[in-house]
Design a protein. Structure first.
Length: 117
């Protein structure tokens, strides 16, 4: 089985997928943080393709950066300066060649994640 990574974002305050949220993916090594891919969520809150496809998959440590502040500003979340949540980093390990799914459940004042399927 080949490994790959997917993600999606749900806006729990609005009860809808988070469309138009920018996500960056990095690979983390002992002495470097390498940018691999950028994507923007579609109307379903997902990226159109895996954020890390099979041909780029390697076991290791990764980080997803969710640009929540830009999204919250655009959808009309109550304004504040600075935003309580702006950039949300999620660092995780992938230890086997399989499908990893790392979703983000987002509101203006909190978030959660888990290893999905």
């Amino acid at each position: 089985m080949a490994g790959y990574l997917t993600t999606h974002v749900l806006d729990t305050a609005r009860g809808a997928p988070a469309e138009g949220l920018k996500i960056d993916l990095y690979r983390i090594s002992v002495d470097a943080r390498s940018h691999l891919h950028s994507a923007v969520t579609n109307a379903d809150g997902r990226t159109d393709t895996p954020i890390l496809p099979e041909d780029g998959f390697r076991e290791g440590v990764y980080e997803l950066i969710f640009h929540a502040g830009e999204y919250l500003d655009r959808v009309g979340a109550p304004p504040e300066h600075p935003r309580f949540l702006d950039i949300i980093p999620i660092r995780f390990g992938m230890s086997e060649k399989s499908h990893y799914h790392v979703p983000l459940l987002l509101s203006p004042f909190g978030y959660s994640t888990y290893r999905g399927s």
